[in-house]
Design a binder for this molecule. Structure first.
Ligand code: UTP
Length: 296
């Protein structure tokens, strides 16, 4: 169904309950979402992207050992009071700007990491009957304009469900959810006709992968409620979206920006280098060091 003026997207969901096994031992005590890229935790990039898109409420699906995420988005009273007393106003303002307003963040526990689809389902009561944005915070998207802000533009034109996609080398498609497309809608937007999670390379319908940002309608929760485990024995969001595709429009959007998979060591290192080179306060000192290392 294509509604003329789609309902506003006010809430964003951040599943952060995964075990981060690819990043052990770093993630034994520290949640992988709290690993820093340059000087900010990975999760903060996704939250700032949502703030830029006008999101008002932030829902974190957490698990045991993820308390640091909750603390990170809370008011650090002693720290902020000390910064203020010492006249460190830039640092004080930075901390203030990066935390949600009182009451604008919710935390819900997934209890068992049964898969991304299950994590999203755990947010059902907090999201309620409204469309919502969903970010996989591991996927850090760096660009001139945030991916969510770009997606909200597409959503305001077409409504329905919007999935950010990007092209990967054909031999890598078996690691991701892959979309089949038809009908060019302009502005890098296509109608989605099919999806498959982690297909065999020879069976993939395209080289366009689902890259960690979604705008979804609340009817997805009813599909997730009865979703059986799929690829990898996990409850897959892609399978629930396939079920909902029979009833609602799904559109893909090829966003502007570069994705770094910070749940993976190489992607994480690349994110640190790329974002450091993009920082005017760091680049002049960092680039000569990097050049020297690369020449070795
Ligand atoms: P990943 O598969 O990348 O996360 O899930 P993971 O399981 O923590 O990673 P590895 O493979 O063990 O290193 C993508 C996102 O979905 C969340 C993760 O926290 C991550 O943000 N997730 C995944 C959950 O919240 N719950 C789950 O059951 C699975």
């Amino acid at each position: 169904m294509n509604s003329k003026s789609p309902r506003k997207v006010r809430k964003a969901v951040f599943p952060v309950a995964g075990l981060g096994t690819r990043f052990l031992p770093a993630t034994k005590v520290i949640p992988k979402e709290m690993l820093t890229v340059v000087d900010k935790p990975v999760i903060q990039y996704a939250v700032e992207e949502a703030i830029e898109a006008g999101i008002e409420h932030f829902v974190f699906v957490t698990g045991r050992g993820k308390g640091a995420i909750e603390d990170h988005f809370d008011l650090a009273y002693e720290l902020e009071a000390t910064l203020k007393a010492r006249g460190k106003s830039a640092e004080f303002e930075m901390l203030k700007a990066s935390r949600p307003l009182a009451g604008a963040a919710s935390f819900v526990r997934q209890q068992e990491p049964l898969g991304l689809g299950h994590a999203v389902w755990c947010a059902r009561d907090i999201v309620g009957d409204e469309p919502f944005a969903l970010a996989l915070p591991d996927m850090l998207i760096h660009g001139r304009r945030g991916c969510f802000a770009q997606m909200i533009d597409v959503y305001s034109r077409h409504g329905g469900n919007i999935i950010a996609v990007e092209e990967v080398p054909h031999e890598h498609v078996n690691r991701y959810g892959v979309v089949a497309l038809a009908g060019d809608m302009g502005h890098e937007t296509f109608r989605i006709t099919g999806m498959v999670e982690k297909p065999k390379v020879e069976e993939a319908p395209s080289d366009l992968i689902i890259s960690g940002r979604y705008i979804l309608q609340p009817e997805i929760f009813a599909k997730l409620a009865t979703q059986k485990p799929g690829a990898g024995g996990e409850i897959q969001l892609t399978d629930a979206m396939i079920a909902l595709m029979g009833e609602q429009d799904f559109f893909s959007y090829r966003f502007e920006g570069t994705t770094y998979d910070c749940g993976d060591k190489v992607g994480y290192l690349a994110a640190n280098v790329a974002l450091a080179l993009d920082r005017p306060d760091i680049e002049p000192k960092f680039r000569p060091l990097l050049d020297k290392l690369v020449k070795k």
